[in-house]
Write a protein that binds this ligand. Structure first.
Ligand code: 5GP
Length: 120
């Protein structure tokens, strides 16, 4: 799947759409989800053009891959949920119900998140 430059997160990265930024570095941007599904719901995205977790894992540099993991640890610490716990979700492709075709990791926390999966 080729990267679609018009996706909503590409537009956020270009500054065309506002966002509620919680963290930024050379490789990563993190912002609040517009439709939060928990008290804390943050999206962490690479600044590079990657469609999905599949694409990111295949093509991203070591520095970009490390930056995502480091950013998640920093963000959860800053948001005060590192100790209480949280869930990371990277919906991927059709069966993963990915809606925005730019790789992103959801951080959900601030309250108990419940069971891992509800199948349709
Ligand atoms: P997905 O289903 O692709 O894993 O999740 C996409 C997420 O992006 C959803 O949770 C949705 O609420 C969020 N989202 C969609 N459009 C926007 C937007 O314009 N701004 C922000 N902050 N989040 C968005």
């Amino acid at each position: 799947m080729s990267y679609d430059n018009t996706n909503i997160f590409a537009r956020i990265l270009r500054g065309e759409i506002p966002n509620n930024t919680v963290y930024e570095d050379a490789h990563v941007l993190a912002f609040k989800d517009i439709r939060p599904q928990a008290k804390v719901h943050v999206l962490v995205i690479p600044k590079g053009a990657y469609v999905s977790a599949q694409d990111f894992g295949a093509r991203a540099s070591e520095a970009e891959i490390a930056a995502m993991a480091r950013a998640i640890s920093k963000i959860t610490q800053e948001l005060g949920i590192a100790e209480s716990g949280y869930r990371l979700i990277a919906n991927t492709g059709g069966h993963g119900h990915q809606e925005v075709p730019h790789y992103h990791v959801h951080i959900l926390g601030g309250q108990p998140i419940g069971k891992m999966v509800h199948l349709p």
